[in-house]
Design a protein. Structure first.
Lengths: 121, 121
């Protein structure tokens, strides 16, 4: 039996919308999500968990209250739990998110930018 | 303050040995490890946890008792907990492993192929 690998590029062709993470896999109670983002987001934090971002294509900046980090393809960053952050991308960037099942994109801030959770592709 | 992204390619230049995972980051109680592998490994499983493999460069095959999966750059696979598997790479392949802190590369099999755990670069 031949099992199927998960291909990030193929998964990313399945949708166009920004700021709407799509689940592609689970490891224990963690989820892997692909997401396309462009422009500015809201300040938010995840009170109960760290959050990992891996850039698959493009450039991402994450602002913190005391600084920022620039991420390019092949780079990752772990945002510590409770730390306020705001992602920004001048041009579209494709990202792999890794975080526990149930984490919302806007963390504990909520609001109109909150995406539907647990959407699989 | 400018924070530093973790760059997979740069981390992979820091060592040459095969089958010796190096920790580059933690998310909660999970670790991200880069590893270079070439050739055949031992059959093993991780009784208590799933294990995620993302191919950063090269080609990887993972054999299971009932089949196999082929992985190339930009592809991932989650090996379910308890499932026996054996990685194989004809040529060197560079991988990102994601699994809970404390997981050994040989799982519960042990033996001479067991690498030192929790080595950071």
């Amino acid at each position: 039996m031949k099992y199927q690998a998960l291909n990030f590029e193929k998964k990313l062709t399945l949708f166009d919308e920004h700021w709407a993470p799509k689940v592609i896999a689970e490891m224990n109670d963690y989820q892997f999500k692909v997401v396309k983002i462009k422009g500015d987001f809201v300040w938010h934090n995840h009170e109960d968990t760290d959050e990992t971002l891996i850039v698959l294509e493009g450039n991402l900046r994450i602002d913190f209250r005391d600084g920022y980090v620039d991420l390019s393809q092949g780079e990752m960053f772990v945002v510590p739990k409770g730390v306020e952050h705001k992602p920004f991308a001048e041009n579209e960037v494709k990202i792999l998110l890794i975080e526990p099942r149930g984490v919302l994109n806007t963390g504990h801030e909520g609001g109109e930018r909150t995406a539907q959770n647990d959407v699989w592709i």
